[in-house]
Design a protein around this ligand. Sequence first.
Ligand SMILES: *Cc1c(COP(=O)(O)O)cnc(C)c1O
Length: 366
Amino acid sequence: MNIPFVDLKTQYHSIKDEIHEAMNDVLENTAFVLGKRVHDFEDGFAKLHNAKFCLGTSNGTTSLHLALWALGIKTGDEVILPVNTFFATAEAVAVVGAKPVLVDNDEFYNIDVTKIEEKITPKTKMIIPVHLYGQPANVGKIREIADKNGLLMIEDCAQVHCGEFEGKRVGTFGKVGCFSFYPGKNLGAYGEAGGVITNDEELRNKMQLLRDHGSKVRYVHEVFGHNYRMEGLQGAVLGVKLKYIEKWTEMRRKNAALYNKHLAGIPQLATPKEASFAKHVYHLYVVQVENREELIKFLNSKGISTGLHYPIPLHLQKAFECYNYKKGDFPGAEAESSKILSLPMFPELTEEQIIFVADTIKEFYR
Ligand SMILES: *Cc1c(COP(=O)(O)O)cnc(C)c1O
């Protein structure tokens, strides 16, 4: 049985007519950049996360950059973030000239809240929790630490569309929630796209200016900005998909529960845990396994694709050499990076496929 790691085609076929109609409308109206479809999507996405405002952007990385820039993070500042994340979280910090200060992760693969305060210095300006793999970080506690120490907070929501902390959708626990709509994310465009949400109108207006060359009126520029606008075609695709994201989220959660059931009782494998405060949206289903490299080969030989998120923790990346971290600085993340394995996960995954993955893993350890 061939099981891809992510299957974007099945979902596309299930909404093909609506997608074509929406894209066709953009083409007929030549609304190629921003435009009505993007604005409608922004309104819908803000509502979905109980936020006052949303701005569509060019991708998740520019969304993070936009938030840091608008909040005035600059050279000489320090920004605290988890060591276990996709590179872009740290990249946005480095791009504004600030230093990414890393924190080890907890048993849920998110930033360990008990290790944040020891990293705060007079230069610290912000904390960025990342809701990794789709599991909300403890934003209640992080918010408390940020407030106590006079720090800003933004959330990296690239993997957590519709995720909840204590029953409330994440993304507005800090100043800005930064989302990615990269095709493989839970809510994915058909190209590059991203977005920011906020409840702060002044901040929204600032980000809107920076998104479009510091300009509200064409060829009149108030400040130096950039071009981080969303394309019309991506707004059209996302507008269609918005109607289904809650259903797809429940399908992911059901698939995770099926994996948990069928993978139970394998001593060499640990299934992911859902924190008591969290509604996990399973962007990724990450297990920890023994003898990983052999298992990956065996699964591949049976037609099952897998992923690693992420094979090298941030502090051991070549780009990080300038910050003088060393092996051994983050024992939690380092130990996990040699054991983690991402199994196929997407809403349309069938129980038959899940059972096949589980049986193949059992066969390997037998
Ligand atoms: C995908 C991702 C990003 C970057 O989003 P792009 O749209 O690919 O630029 C940032 N942070 C995390 C945690 C991500 O998973």
